[in-house]
Design a protein around this ligand. Structure first.
Ligand SMILES: *[C@@H]1O[C@H](CO)[C@@H](O)[C@H](O)[C@H]1NC(C)=O
Ligand SMILES: *[C@@H]1O[C@H](CO)[C@@H](O)[C@H](O)[C@H]1NC(C)=O
Length: 387
């Protein structure tokens, strides 16, 4: 009996030690120290008891298995449970700066801190995360400029740092992010002009910044997969040249609320284009309404509202089979608008209001708001009323 007891004791001790070993020493020590530093840089008062981070107490190994029993909220580990591969925090109101020690998490693929109150600069050491694919810092309070070393994030596919307070210009080094598909830095305080963009980009969103200068062909050279361009609410200026709308995969272009003065539209080569929506509203575009928009076979939404466009409405717009929404209001268009827009069979919605048009039927929704007073129109046309 004592023998059996001793045997059992030995067995239990061994078993316990083994289990203990498994629980204590799975995750690499450098990952654990990075996680501890990460948590330590967050204000304790912003860590609510019900939040993910409150449960990171490091008494159990963050990658311990089975995950069913030892799940650490907000973390995902590699299949062999040695490395942290994902941090996806809950939007629990965490406030703090980002520790440079995050760079120790070299197997991290996803870092998602969206909708919190992280502040201060994005540490340049973040560039050591060479396996990072998804970076989501949307809706935080980050300041400072984007570290040029970000260009070392060779695996990065998606960057969303929209709705923060980043300043400075986009570093020229971003061109080397050859896996980047999606870049969203809308609603920051970015200045400067558009750098050369990485060629595999699908979606570019930089709305609501203070970008200036004109859009140069060299920035967009070779971006054959670019589908979405959202640059509204900036200070971009100059002429919008025809090449932009001919980027082969382009579907949506929003350049509203900038300071563009001219637009030049080329017919798509072979009549082939994926362009669906163009918004050039609230700029300072002079000249005639570009007839060639009507040659884009899928273009269904076109806004040129609130510019300084003159002359008559191109008949071609009314002959387009794809146009469903047409906003030309707030310009200085003259003459009689194409009757097709007011027919019972029209499928076009939008507005031709606030122009200098004649005979825009007030019964039509398209003709609201009312046309400009004739004195305004006469002045715009140098005192010579024309039609
Ligand atoms: C640490 O967290 C685990 C899991 O959330 C919990 O069971 C344990 O009681 C905590 N330990 C301490 C000391 O807070
Ligand atoms: C664009 O500017 C106009 C006029 O200032 C404003 O009414 C409109 O809300 C702006 N649109 C956006 C998306 O900022």
């Amino acid at each position: 009996m004592p023998n059996l007891f001793l045997h059992m004791l030995l067995y239990l001790t061994l078993f316990h030690t083994t289990t203990n070993f498994l629980i204590q020493a799975l995750t690499s020590p450098s990952d654990i120290s990075a996680l501890k530093a990460f948590k330590a840089s967050i204000k304790p008062s912003s860590i609510n008891p019900w939040s993910c981070l409150a449960s990171w107490n490091f008494t159990t190994d963050p990658c311990s298995i089975p995950r069913r029993n030892h799940f650490t909220c907000g973390l995902t580990c590699s299949p062999d449970s040695t490395r942290v591969t994902q941090i996806t925090l809950d939007p629990a109101g965490y406030s703090g700066s980002l520790t440079p020690f995050l760079s120790q998490l070299t197997q991290l693929k996803t870092l998602d801190l969206a909708d919190n109150y992280f502040f201060g600069p994005i540490p340049s050491s973040i560039s050591s995360l060479s396996n990072l694919q998804i970076l989501n810092f949307r809706s935080n309070w980050f300041t400072g400029s984007l570290p040029p070393s970000m260009a070392n994030l060779k695996s990065i596919e998606s960057i969303d740092i929209s709705h923060n307070s980043l300043s400075g210009s986009l570093p020229n080094s971003i061109v080397s992010l050859s896996n980047l598909r999606r870049l969203d830095m809308s609603y920051n305080k970015l200045t400067g002009s558009m750098p050369k963009l990485p060629v595999n980009l699908l979606e570019l969103a930089l709305k609501g910044n203070s970008l200036s200068g004109s859009l140069q062909k060299s920035s967009f050279e070779g971006l054959n997969q670019l589908e979405v361009v959202e640059l509204s609410e900036n200070s971009l200026a100059g002429t919008l040249q025809g090449w932009l709308f001919l980027l082969p995969s382009l579907q949506q272009v929003d350049l509203a609320n900038n300071s563009f003065t001219r637009v030049e539209i080329w017919k798509p080569v072979g009549g082939d284009s994926d362009l669906v929506a163009v918004n050039l509203g609230f700029n300072n575009i002079h000249g005639y309404a570009p007839v060639n928009f009507a040659a884009y076979p899928l273009l269904s939404s076109l806004s040129l509202r609130y510019n300084r466009i003159r002359g008559s409405i191109p008949l071609e717009y009314s002959q387009s089979k794809s146009l469903k929404r047409l906003y030309l209001d707030g310009n200085f268009l003259i003459g009689k608008p194409p009757a097709v827009f007011f027919g019972a069979k029209t499928s076009v919605a939008g507005s031709l209001g606030d122009n200098c048009l004649q005979g825009c039927p007030v019964s039509s929704e398209m003709c609201t708001p009312a046309q400009k007073p004739s004195s305004v129109c006469e002045q715009a046309y140098g005192g010579k009323p024309r039609s």
